[in-house]
Design a protein around this ligand. Sequence first.
Ligand code: FAD
Ligand code: ZN
Length: 492
Amino acid sequence: MLAQLSRYNAGGNVMTISNSTSAAGPLIERIAAIVGPQGLLTEPRDLEPYVVDWRGIYRGATPAVVRPASTEQVAAVVKLCTETATPIVPQGGNTGMCGASVPHADGSEIVLSLARMNRVLEVDALNNTMTVEAGCVLANIQQAAAEANRLFPLSLGAEGSCQIGGNLSTNAGGVNVLRYGNARDLVLGLEVVLPDGGIWNGLRGLRKDNTGYDLKQLFIGAEGTLGIITAAVLKLFPRPAATATAWTAVPHPEAALEFLALLRRHCGDRVTAFELISRNCLDLVLRHVPGTRDPLAKERNWYALVDLSDSHSGHALRSELELALEAAMEDALVLDAVVAENEGQSKALWRIRESIPEAARGEAGMLYRHDISVATSRIPAFIEEARAALEHRFPGVDVICFGHLGDGNLHYNAFIPGRSRIAAAARVARDVTDLVYDIVQRYHGSFSAEHGIGLAKIEELRCYKSAIEIELMRTLKHAIDPGNIMNPGKVL
Ligand code: FAD
Ligand code: ZN
C-alpha cells in the first residue's frame, strides 16, 4: 500500500478526546499516578507533534502522551495497559519514514515517548562499549563516544532528532553501513519492557555469548511491535583521526562497482562510505539548493562519493586515496575526480548527497520513492532493467537514483514531471511501485532496505514475503504479545 493511499485519517481530521469525558479518563489518572505530571501530556496542542509523522502523511489521535522517566515507570505503565487492553505506540524522535510511530486515528492508543529517558549510563572505553537509555538522541551518543575518544558509527540525516530506541527498532542504516554495519550490528545488549510489563535486562557488553537464541535481535527492527526498548549496550570503535573524501565521475554503474572493488583492494576497510549518484540528482540539487555547485568542470552521467577514514594523519590518507584514484583512472573506472582538501570541502561534497531528497521536493511533479536493495553485484543490471521498464510504461519518467551502492541499497525514485499531486491518481502510484517492486522481487531483493514497514508497506509485506516468513512473524508476535497491545496494526 502506498503512503498516498494509506493516509491515516487524512485531511487533518484529528480526533481529540477530552480526559474528563472519555473512557480513557480513569486510565489516564492511573498513568498519571505512575509517571507524575511531568510525565503526561493530554492537552491537544501538546499532543500535536506526537500524532503526525514528520512528513505529514500519517495523522492519528491519542488521549495522552506518556513520558516515563525510568524503566520501572515504563514497566508499570505497560502492565496497566495490558490489564486494561490499552494499545501502546512507542515513540522516539518520530522521524521514521513509514508511519510506524503514529497512533491510530480512532484515539484508542496511548503514545509512550522515551524522550525523558535520555541518559548515557556508562562509557566503558576499554571494553569499547557504552550503555545508554533508549531516549538518547543519536547525535548526543556520537558526542559522548567522541568525548571518550571513541566512535559510535551510526550516522543518518535525522541524527539530531532520532533516538537510539527508534534507531534500533527500525534497524537504521545510514551512510557508514559499508564499514560498520546496520544498527543491528552495533548492539551487544538490550533492556526491554515486555508486553506483560516484565523487564528483560539483557544489558550485557559481551562480544561472545552463545547461550541460546539471540533474543535482542528479535526486538531490533521490530518497530515497537514486540516490546519497548528502554536501554542498550552499544559497540564503540577507534575514533578516526582523519577522513578523506572524493567526488568522482564514473562512466556507468558497472564501473562504479569495479571502482569500489579496486578501492577496497587498495584501502581495505578504510573505505567507510560509497554513494552512487546519478547526474539528474546533481542537477536537482544545483537547481534547488542555494550555495551548491558542480564539483567537476565537465558534466558526467554518474558519480560516486567516497569516504575513507583512518587513525593515520589526513595527509597520508589523502595520498592513499589519490593513488587508488590514479589506478582507477588508468583502468577507465573513474573519469574525473576531486579530492577534498579540508573538512569544509568534504562537507560541501556530502551536502550535495544529503540534499537530494530536499531538492527533489522542490520540483513540480510526482516523486515515487523506493528504498530497495539487491545483491550489490546486481545493482547495475537492476538500474538498467527498471529504468527501461519505467520508461516504456510511463513515457517522460525521470529516474532519480542515488544511494548506498556498497550496501546494495538504492533510493530508486521515479519522477513524473508536471503532474500535479491531485492528477497523480493513486492508481498511477500503485502501478509505478508495483513495476519497480516486481523487478526487485525477481532479483531476490528487498522492497524496504532501510526504512521498515510501519503502515506504509504492509501490503508489500503480504505480497512479497513468503507465507512461511509471515507465519513465523505472526507466531512470534502472538507468543510475545498475545494481547496485541504493542503498536497494533503496524508491520503485520
Ligand atoms: P520513531 O520514528 O519515533 O519510531 C520508529 C519506530 O520505532 C516506530 O515503530 C516506533 O514505535 C518504534 N520505536 C521508537 N522507539 C522505540 C523504543 N524505545 N522501543 C520500541 N520501539 C520503539 N533511516 C535510515 O535507516 N537511514 C537513513 O539514512 C535515514 N535518513 C533519514 C534522514 C532524514 C532527514 C529523516 C527525517 C529520516 C531518516 N531516516 C533514515 C529514517 C529515521 O530517521 C530512522 O528510521 C530512525 O531510526 C527513526 O528513529 P526515531 O527515534 O525517530 O524513531
Ligand atoms: Zn538511505
